[in-house]
Design a protein around this ligand. Structure first.
Ligand SMILES: [Zn+2]
Length: 148
């Protein structure tokens, strides 16, 4: 099945389902397709038609919808992985010295730079209380560099 975006002579837009584009041409040629809003049979295919391959079964549509969701979920984690990779490439790993180093940078005792490392929840909380920006990220264990 193919779904076409259709328009009538009165600029109404609607969808039509056809077995193929030949089937669409044949039905329109015979004036078998009429606008559901005004009954006008002067119907034309609009650009940017969306094609849905269903295999003619509702089950196939559901399977495709589920596959689409899965793909979206995967894309989300891929984006997250890229963000994490970007941060890893653009920060200096100070490991367990992170809270101490973050404070030094914050109080201008150390050169300003982007750092990453490990910190406990308590340490993160107190850093935030001091006005130091800390972002928690799910960095994979194998990407943690050498710690001091
Ligand atoms: Zn119409």
């Amino acid at each position: 099945m193919i779904v076409f975006d259709l328009g009538c002579a009165n600029s109404h837009r609607f969808e039509g389902w056809f077995a193929s584009s030949e089937d669409f041409e044949r039905q329109v040629g015979r004036k078998l397709v009429a606008c559901p809003l005004c009954g006008n049979a002067d119907v034309a295919r609009l650009p940017h038609a969306s094609h849905i391959r269903t295999g003619g079964k509702e089950r196939a549509v559901r399977a495709e919808a589920a596959a689409g969701k899965q793909q979206y979920a995967n894309m989300g984690s891929e984006v997250l992985t890229r963000v994490v990779e970007h941060i890893i490439e653009n920060t200096e790993d100070v490991g367990a010295a992170f809270p101490e180093e973050a404070r030094k940078i914050h109080y201008n005792e150390s050169a300003e730079r982007r750092i990453r490392g490990t910190a406990s929840h308590e340490e993160v909380d107190s850093l935030r209380e001091e006005g130091i920006e800390v972002i928690a990220l799910p960095i994979p264990a194998h990407r943690h560099g050498k710690t001091h």
